[in-house]
Design a protein around this ligand. Structure first.
Ligand code: MLT
Length: 325
């Protein structure tokens, strides 16, 4: 009798989930971006949200919940109702390296989320102020070697990609730099322009207008190949200074665990339809954004990628001895 009741309750719950998924989306949804507005994660999220919103016929509200390298916003998303109306824009930092970096993380990137779809990747660029003494990465490394701790690097928060890549650069170059953390790349870039910090790794697509506008100088790339269209004359770090050095940020959309699979699939389909717009994808490619084969954008592939990145970063963080708490 008790068993029959339990089965009945489960059947009711399943039926209400199906009804909810069928009616979805009946109202606007929120995408949490865990960094300040105007930075790379925010820009990428708003661009993709705009295209997906047109496909699903509902507004996507981008909510900036900044702080602690993205972990505050990610924890908020993990606790949100899994009803298909709250999503997290995640990236390599807090959803890949987070578990290796933070002893106490309020969420598990794999167990607490459904992967929805992966965004294209973006390589990074090493930036300095326009009046900087460092004309290339070799000069910056030499200065940091001569005076350990003197060169400071802005970053978007502890565990952000700008922080992680600077820490890897430091480890590979055998130098000691001073990190200066902000609540996102946008405020850090403002201080780099203002001369309060000496250098910063930023996403190559959003840094481009600052470099083309003459406000910042680009002195190295984290891609293996040069980017002559976007950054003419700027050498990859791997070319001479740090052979083998390669980094690109991955991003993607996640939903709280338990979000109906049907909703996850509909979101992914909307994204794939949006990507059929070649004017849009060419614009991204022209900015140096690395589009991926379609198979890598799926929820299944993105879930696998997230799990493998969590493992990869455990090793990278241990090998490079990156410590933050
Ligand atoms: C990062 O460095 O993790 C991102 O650029 C942060 C941001 O989007 O502001």
């Amino acid at each position: 009798m008790k068993f029959a009741k339990t089965v009945g309750v489960i059947a009711l719950l399943a039926a209400s989930q199906i009804a909810q998924a069928q009616a979805w989306p009946s109202k606007s949804m929120t995408w949490i971006v865990p960094f300040a507005a105007g930075g790379p994660t925010d820009a990428m999220a708003r661009d993709i949200a705009d295209k997906v919103s047109k496909q699903i016929g509902q507004t996507v509200i981008v909510e900036n919940a900044a702080g602690a390298g993205g972990t505050i916003g990610a924890a908020k998303a993990a606790k949100a109702s899994p009803d298909g109306y709250t999503f997290l824009v995640g990236h390599m930092g807090y959803m890949g390296a987070g578990p290796a970096l933070y002893k106490k993380l309020a969420y598990d990137p794999v167990k607490d989320f459904e992967a929805v779809f992966r965004f294209p990747d973006t390589p990074l660029v090493l930036l300095v102020g326009k009046n900087s003494l460092y004309k290339n990465a070799g000069e910056l490394i030499a200065a940091a070697k001569a005076q350990p701790g003197k060169v400071n690097f802005g970053n978007a928060g502890v565990g952000s990609t700008s922080h992680l890549i600077a820490a890897l650069f430091e480890a590979k170059a055998g130098i000691d730099v001073t990190p200066v953390s902000y609540k996102g790349a946008a405020p850090a870039i403002n201080d780099l322009i203002g001369g309060q910090v000496d250098a910063m790794f930023d996403q190559s697509n959003t840094a481009l207008p600052q470099v083309q506008g003459g406000r910042l100088n680009a002195i190295a790339l984290t891609s293996l190949a040069p980017m002559p269209q976007q950054y003419p004359g700027v050498a990859p770090l791997a070319e001479k200074v740090l052979p083998g050095f390669e980094a690109a940020t991955w991003y993607g959309l996640y939903a709280p665990k338990g979000t109906p699979k049907d909703i996850v699939q509909k979101m992914h389909q909307a994204y794939v339809k949006a990507l059929a717009d070649k004017t849009w994808t060419s614009r991204m490619a022209n900015q140096g954004i690395q589009l991926l084969p379609e198979a890598q954008y799926t929820p299944e592939a993105f879930a696998k990628h997230t799990a493998s990145e969590v493992e990869r970063w455990r090793k990278v963080v241990a090998d490079a001895k990156i410590q933050i708490d």
